[in-house]
Design a protein around this ligand. Structure first.
Ligand code: WQD
Length: 347
């Protein structure tokens, strides 16, 4: 029988892409989402891509223990991939209680319920934000984490530690929990079908949705935050990872858990390309693949930005047998196709 994977936050940007790849790999998937930061179109897109109308969907808030408990009673869950969290860095600074409450309580509930139902594998969606402004580049999983720059970042660090401690404690108990934290670098792009992608609410905070919305005419001008960094072209360096490549890393991590290949009860993997690309380079590459001349200007640095961050993905490459495959150009083309699809749909 196929293993069953719960994807919490499965209607969102990364969760929807992961759901698609899990189904393609033959897993049974249950999706839970409270729809607080997405609409049903993401889940509809997943159904279209996979041709599966029967994916169980729970509109629940993982902060509600009883709802999570009910889901685990109705399905025998073999692994959870936990995405359900708030993710706006700026908002987390002005509303820390909201962020700490939601991101921590939902994860604690997942862990407690998993334990109550006999234990399972837990994959946590962490972030490269835990490395902060690293002195050593590229960062490996052993590079020390730095104090987070925001309550959002703090919740990622805290959830990693919670998972580590729960794995340690349950290793000698009846209900065992095994854990993997995947540290994502900068996920960008959309599914090649252009049926699912990122749906930012309001003005985007992240670079690529801002670029595509400017190109389509929804935003007037892209502000490039800082061109006086000590980098080659003066703009920040990031490790932009295609969302489908990222999704495939989850499938590899889940297979590792099910296959009994983990070397420790709790493991961490960087999920990045290993290739730094500057903000300005990304803008010029976008212009090339889209054929659109982008309206942009240089403005002062954005508070809280690190100058450069990119992954050493060797550990994931070797241990998960996973590697980022798409070029930045391919990924930017997918982001542009998605933006055009949205414009067409909303006409
Ligand atoms: C990338 C680069 C900006 C917008 C954040 C979170 C991280 C993760 C991913 C999310 C930076 C520059 C951006 C714009 C710009 N989590 N930029 N103009 O900050 O690397 O990472 O998103 O859920 O935890 O911190 O990503 O896309 O915001 O910025 O010049 O309008 O683009 O200064 O150098 P970031 P980003």
């Amino acid at each position: 029988m196929a293993k069953k994977v719960l994807v919490s936050g499965g209607a969102g940007y990364i969760g929807s892409h992961v759901t698609v790849e899990l189904i393609a790999a033959g897993y049974d998937v249950v999706v839970a989402d409270n729809m607080s930061n997405c609409d049903i179109s993401g889940f509809e897109g997943v159904k279209k891509i996979t041709g599966r109308e029967d994916i169980p969907f729970y509109e629940i808030d993982c902060c509600d223990f009883a709802s999570v408990d009910k889901l685990f009673t109705e399905h025998k869950i073999d692994a959870v991939i936990h995405f359900a969290a708030f993710k706006a860095v700026g908002e987390s600074v002005s509303e820390p209680i909201k962020y700490y409450y939601n991101n921590l309580v939902s994860f604690l509930n997942i862990l407690e319920v998993a334990k109550k139902h006999g234990g399972c594998n837990v994959l946590f969606s962490s972030s490269a934000t835990v490395y902060g402004e690293s002195k050593v580049l590229p960062v490996t999983e052993q590079t020390p984490r730095m104090p987070a720059m925001s309550p959002y970042g703090n919740t990622k660090t805290m959830c990693e530690d919670i998972l580590r401690d729960v794995v340690y404690a349950t290793s000698t108990q009846d209900a065992v929990i095994k854990g993997i934290a995947l540290r994502y670098f900068n996920p960008i792009g959309a599914h090649p079908s252009a049926l699912i992608g990122e749906l930012p609410r309001g003005v985007p905070n992240n670079l690529v949705p801002y670029i595509t919305q400017t190109a389509i005419g929804k935003r007037e001008c892209l502000s490039i935050f800082g061109n006086d960094y000590p980098t080659e072209d003066g703009t920040c360096l990031r490790d932009f990872i295609d969302v489908t490549d990222l999704a495939k890393a989850h499938v590899a991590a889940v297979a590792r858990m099910f296959g009994g290949k983990m070397k420790k009860g709790y493991e961490i993997f960087n999920v990045g390309t290993g290739r730094p690309v500057s903000v300005y380079e990304l803008v010029t590459k976008f212009e090339k693949v889209s054929g659109v001349k982008l309206n942009y200007k240089f403005v002062p640095r954005r508070e809280g930005d690190v100058m450069a961050l990119w992954a050493d993905p060797t550990f994931a490459n070797e241990e998960l047998g996973w590697k980022a495959e798409r070029t930045v150009e391919e990924t930017l083309a997918s982001a542009w196709a998605w933006e055009k699809y949205l414009a067409e749909k909303n006409k």
